[in-house]
Design a protein around this ligand. Structure first.
Ligand SMILES: Cc1ncc(C[n+]2csc(CCOP(=O)(O)OP(=O)(O)O)c2C)c(N)n1
Ligand SMILES: [Mg+2]
Length: 682
């Protein structure tokens, strides 16, 4: 069949899928609808030059026609709309049009508009890295490209601009498609931005910018081959800015006649891309009227039959709701005993540094990147010592492994973590660094919405392994509000994220090794105050030594009182326990070491043995992780407790600069002693 005729059939299939879903939603058999109408010709025209299962795709929700063009079937699309267990994108977990198709390389889509741009950059980076190496589970072709699309509204998001920054700096094989239908829900594009996006992006050197009439199928077909070929050839990224229409409301929850005039809608309807394609094929003599109506009928019937099958397919079993949140690595019990303790004695920070180098030497999939993590520009590297991170933790990694494996990023935290997401889905093991915990917030979207949900939202089709290292914490004497923050409980609250927070050298090494064995994102919190403290020193553990996640450590044993803590307050709790030992009181101090998951069993045993529990942490009291431990102990260990569970934590304020204020705000040994004594005498 003539390609344009085949694409007309798919365009009708796409439109009938919209119509069918809208009808089914009115019958409460589909629960949300967002239409691809008006975008069909652009996407089908482009799909002709893209290669499913070869290129990589980060589509937008209006890309229904693209997915059909890539080979996703109407039934597969409808399986998501009805929420079927067999939905290949999410197993009934995500709204319709949240694409995902692993065999075709369509990466699972999330809902936040624009957040897909940074993972797409990471994916394109991964293409280049993987195609030059041979690594298990990683495949790439030299001329593959990464497709990412978004609406003109979503170009207002910072993540779009952060992605362009890196796509152009690194000349990545990335094809941006901005489908401009003039509206972001009800907001017209001239209220959104000062100029059309194809004008706004002109300052990005190396970006090929192509304005296009996306309602004209043949115009797309004429322009696309050269654009796509240039991206494949490594010329650099391209951005297609295509005008399209939006004949249907934004979604089933929207009524566009509330904010668009009848005249405007009529004018748009006259410019409908499907009508234009039909007219061209009829007037060109490619199709007759009767062939055209037979084509439409065939498309409609295919959609109807697919809907019947989708509606009849089984729904997911509610017992599976917590499947595919995370999958913890199995660490053999013997690994924890695999330390002969003959290694060189090192402090906490040095242990992390050595472990990073050790893992990088063993696994070429690991790449370390972030602000200032590299040593120096290669031209001066022979003459200088090298930076290697503001705490020196990554010092020497660039020199030893090269810039492809340890490199600086722009000063943009979403960029850092988002690029890690894209590399992770390609099978790499990215190790991004956020320079200070205090500056993690711009990356929150990428951590919470992208990395932590990848496995769950795709029902296990995709995973997002990364080790996100973040220096955290205070007690710095002068660190003040933006170099002293804790806040681990904000991340333990995110399903799908593993949170590790060791407090001494051997634990840091054993847990970092385990973190790199994870198939899910690990937030690895490195307390700044501990990096060089003598009391964190241990013999650097033997290579086989690894610590399972969710396993605490008894720092001091005792049976009168249990103190559960982590991070910098481990040492303070140990000092408090030593002071109490002088009074004849025996205190068990537990370092949880990992917070998500955390060692409930060790805490329950400690409460059973001591009947009294104090939880100590550096973060503020209200909604700190201590609240979780205390609530859990109250619920599960009530009959073993002889006193209320007490918490020692920072005051509910920010950390101040002046040392006296800092001391008053952060928990001190005396605060722990006071809480311990009150609990003991209850
Ligand atoms: C970060 C974020 N903010 C808000 C929304 C709600 N929302 C969904 S779609 C949309 C408009 C998007 O407009 P545009 O990018 O132009 O795409 P179009 O729907 O027009 O194709 C908004 C505001 C969201 N999903 N994500
Ligand atoms: Mg729009």
């Amino acid at each position: 069949m003539h390609e344009a005729v085949e694409d007309l059939r798919l365009a009708w299939t796409s439109r009938y899928l919209d119509d069918r879903e809208i009808a089914l939603q009115k019958q409460s058999r589909v629960f949300f609808q967002i239409a691809g109408a008006g975008h069909e010709s652009l996407l089908l025209g482009l799909a002709r030059y893209l290669r499913p299962a070869y290129d990589w795709f980060f589509p937008y929700y209006r890309d229904r026609a693209l997915l059909l063009g890539l080979g996703v079937t109407p039934e597969e699309i409808l399986l998501q709309a009805v929420g079927s267990a067999a939905d290949p994108a999410s197993g009934g977990r995500q709204m319709p049009c949240h694409w995902g198709h692993r065999p075709l390389h369509v990466v699972s889509q999330s809902s936040p508009t624009g957040s897909q741009c940074l993972p797409a950059v990471g994916c394109a980076e991964a293409s280049r890295y993987i195609s030059r190496r041979s690594m298990p589970g990683c495949e790439a072709h030299g001329d593959e490209l990464t497709y990412v699309s978004l609406g003109e509204g979503a170009t207002s998001e910072g993540e779009f601009w952060e992605s362009l920054n890196t796509a152009c700096t690194l000349h990545l094989p990335l094809l941006y498609v901005v489908a401009d239908n003039g509206y972001a829900i009800s907001v017209p594009s001239d209220e959104q931005s000062p100029a059309p996006v194809s004008e706004l992006v002109r300052g990005f050197r190396g970006l090929q910018v192509h304005p296009l009439d996306g309602t004209d199928y043949f115009a797309v077909r004429a322009a696309a081959p050269e654009i796509v070929a240039a991206v494949r050839a490594g010329v650099g990224p391209a951005l297609i800015h295509a005008r399209v229409t939006r004949p249907y409301s934004h979604s089933a929850a929207d009524t566009q006649s509330k904010y668009r005039s009848a005249a405007e809608l009529a004018e748009e309807a006259a410019n409908d891309p499907i009508t234009r394609l039909e007219t061209a094929l009829l007037s060109g003599g490619v199709l007759s009227e009767s062939e055209l109506s037979a084509l439409r009928d065939a498309a409609r019937e295919e959609v109807m039959a697919a809907a019947r099958r989708a509606l009849a397919s089984p729904r997911p079993d509610p017992v599976t709701v917590t499947d595919n949140v995370v999958a913890l690595p199995v660490i053999p019990a013997g690994d924890e005993d695999a330390d002969d303790k003959t290694g060189e004695v090192v402090a906490f920070g040095e242990a992390i540094k050595r472990t990073l180098a050790e893992r990088m030497a063993a696994d070429e999939r690991i790449r370390v990147f972030g602000e200032d993590v590299a040593d120096a520009r290669e031209v001066v590297l022979a003459d200088v010592e090298g930076k290697g991170g503001v705490f020196g933790t990554t010092h020497g990694l660039q020199r030893r492994f090269g810039l492809a494996r340890c490199y600086n990023t722009p000063l943009a935290e979403a960029n850092i973590v988002g690029r890690a997401v894209g590399q992770a889905v390609r099978g790499l093991r990215p190790a991004p660094e956020v320079q200070f915990f205090d500056y993690i917030w711009p990356a929150m979207q990428q951590i919470k919405s992208e990395a932590a949900t990848m496995r769950w939202r795709s029902n296990g089709a995709w995973t997002c392994p990364m080790v996100l290292r973040v220096p955290i914490g205070g007690y710095l004497t002068g660190g003040a509000i933006w170099h002293s923050q804790s806040g681990e409980s904000i991340f333990t609250h995110v399903p799908g994220l593993i949170v590790v927070m060791p407090s001494r050298a051997a634990d840091a090494a054993g847990l970092l090794r385990t973190a790199f064995a994870c198939e899910d994102p690990v937030l690895f919190l490195e307390h700044k105050h501990l990096l060089r403290q003598p009391y964190t020193r241990d013999p650097f553990p033997s290579p086989g030594y690894r610590i399972p996640l969710g396993k605490g450590r008894v720092v001091v044993d005792g049976d009168d009182l249990a103190i559960v803590t982590w991070g910098a307050t481990v040492e303070k709790s140990r000092q408090a326990a030593a002071a109490l030992a002088d009074d004849g009181v025996s205190v068990r101090v537990i370092d949880l070491r990992t917070l998500a998951p955390w060692d409930r069993e060790m805490v329950a045993d400690a409460v059973a043995d001591t009947s009294r529990l104090v939880v100590v942490h550096e973060d503020v009291m209200t909604s700190g992780f201590g609240a979780e431990v205390a609530a859990w102990a109250g619920e599960h260990c009530f009959s073993d407790l002889d006193a209320p569970v007490r918490r020692v934590a920072a005051a509910d304020t920010h950390v101040a600069y002046e040392p006296g204020l800092e001391k008053a705000i952060l928990p001190q040994v005396d605060d722990i002693l006071a809480a311990a004594r009150a609990t003991l005498s209850y």
